[in-house]
Design a protein around this ligand. Structure first.
Ligand SMILES: NC(=O)c1ccc[n+]([C@@H]2O[C@H](COP(=O)([O-])OP(=O)(O)OC[C@H]3O[C@@H](n4cnc5c(N)ncnc54)[C@H](O)[C@@H]3O)[C@@H](O)[C@H]2O)c1
Length: 437
């Protein structure tokens, strides 16, 4: 890690906050959709037909609302996999979200528009084929995967489920697109975790390499840290190959960790998205905020020097919208690194504590716990992130604003969170992943 990145000290926070403020003022902030940039259409109509696989999820639902507000025709598929698996570990979304039926009805009441919905498993080829054929999308956003690293490490059963379901869903999709929508843009969610933490800069997907006197431009080596992250690496390889075979236009998004509870569309339409805070399904920053609100220690793993890219939910939706509305060239496979900034886990714990303590009598407590994962706790980290910025992405929410909002929103659900206390602290350990028992 570069020395200047090792601490989220006061001056860095100030610079980030000031930069964000300037960006916010300049862009103020609906990104303009390029007219006539419709991937699959010969008409000048800039609206698209967007099919979202995983529409019931943390990112899928606010993305659907945002695209609907921008005039696109939105439909989705989900089998409520996350709801079921979260329940299995005796947990629940910290923020209640209602049934899909009630969500869809409410949006119809608010906007007069319908979001199409099919309940189904994308690892079933028929579900994907029928939906692609019927809806004839210009863009498919594929979010419908098992997305928890700890879940994939519980044992052989969960590892198998993660690798099979994730890879098969993506394979079903590329075949369905080849057969029924060959010009459709496939916007697929991968993760920055695919790259691991190499001791050199991380490019966006490809890099120039010279070896034994010869040069090439090759995919950057991947070095994932859980079966979940490896499933995304395998997806990326399969997408590259499908692109080579059938010229399917692909954006493979290497996304950082997403935090936050709010987006503009969620606020306008008085809706909410799920927020997982337990040790299996919750992600770092969201969980730290929940720990503070529940009066539990904030628990960075090990020394807390693990550094990762992060972005707010609002920025994730902004980036995905930009990617959807600026599709790749026909036959192009492109990789976007998608994050706002990178922070060490310890920096984030300190920042949550600082912000929480400003508004509360009893201070939050930080307690470093033994690291349940196999990962470096101090390392170099310098990923590139240029392509989305070139297309107009500017962060809309600062880290500080995001943390304050999560804390404020979670406080409204404090009772519910206190009921989840038992499942927040880490238990799943990589080394003890269970085999056949
Ligand atoms: N949230 C993050 O921090 C983050 C970071 C990097 C990448 N991602 C990726 O972004 C995508 C969305 O993440 P999220 O946080 O919204 O997760 P999520 O679990 O909240 O949403 C995924 C949705 O897909 C559905 N789903 C899963 N498997 C399915 C299947 N086989 N068939 C049909 N539906 C299925 C789930 O029920 C859920 O509603 C995932 O692919 C995830 O790996 C997320």
């Amino acid at each position: 890690m570069k020395p200047e990145d090792t601490a989220l000290n006061g001056s860095r926070i100030f610079i980030v906050a000031a930069t964000w403020k300037i960006c916010h003022l300049i862009h103020c902030f609906k990104p303009k959709r390029p007219e006539g940039n419709h991937y699959n259409s010969t008409s000048n109509d800039p609206t698209m037909r967007v099919l979202i696989l995983g529409i019931d999820g943390y990112i899928g639902w606010p993305l659907a609302l945002h695209l609907l507000e921008r005039g696109h025709n939105v439909s989705g598929i989900d089998n409520f996999y996350t709801r079921k698996r979260v329940k299995e570990v005796h947990s629940a979304s910290a923020i209640g979200i209602g049934t899909m039926k009630s969500r869809l009805n409410k949006i119809r009441d608010e906007t007069g528009k319908d979001i199409g919905f099919v309940r189904g498993d994308v690892s079933e080829p028929r579900i994907v084929y029928d939906s692609v054929k019927k809806f004839n999308p210009d863009c498919v956003v594929h979010l419908a995967e098992q997305r928890s690293a700890p879940y994939s490490m519980i044992g052989l059963k969960q590892a198998t489920e993660t690798l099979q379901k994730n890879m098969i869903g993506t394979l079903n999709l590329v075949y369905a697109l080849k057969d029924h929508a060959p010009n459709c843009h496939l916007l697929k969610l991968g993760t920055m975790g695919e790259y691991g933490t190499p001791n050199i800069d991380i490019p966006e997907g490809f890099f120039n390499i010279e070896y034994n006197g010869r040069r090439d431009f090759l995919p950057f080596p991947k070095n994932a840290g859980s079966w979940y992250h490896w499933s995304k690496v395998h997806d990326s390889n399969n997408l590259m190959f499908a692109n080579r075979l059938w010229e399917i236009g692909v954006t493979d998004v290497m996304q950082g960790v997403v935090y936050g509870t709010r987006t503009d569309a969620l606020m306008h339409l008085k809706s909410s998205t799920r927020l997982d805070i337990d040790e299996v399904w919750g992600t770092a920053l969201n969980r730290f905020c929940a720990q503070a609100v529940a009066g539990l220690p904030i628990t960075p793993y090990g020394k807390g020097g693990q550094t990762r890219g992060f972005l707010s939910l609002d920025d994730s939706i902004q980036c995905l919208t930009i990617a959807a509305e600026n599709p790749p060239e026909k036959g192009e496979y492109r990789v976007f690194n998608q994050f706002d900034d990178y922070y060490s886990v310890m920096d984030l714990a300190n920042e949550v504590k600082r912000i929480y303590d400003m508004g509360h009598k009893d201070p939050a407590v930080i307690e470093n716990v033994p690291n349940p994962r196999i990962e470096k706790e101090a390392h170099y980290y310098n990923p590139e992130m240029k392509k989305l910025r070139e297309l107009g992405y500017r962060p809309r929410r600062s880290l500080q604003e995001g943390i304050s909002e999560i804390i404020r929103d979670l406080e409204k659900h404090r009772k519910r969170i206190l009921g989840l206390r038992e499942v927040i602290m880490p238990r799943t350990t990589w080394k003890e992943s269970k085999g056949l028992s």
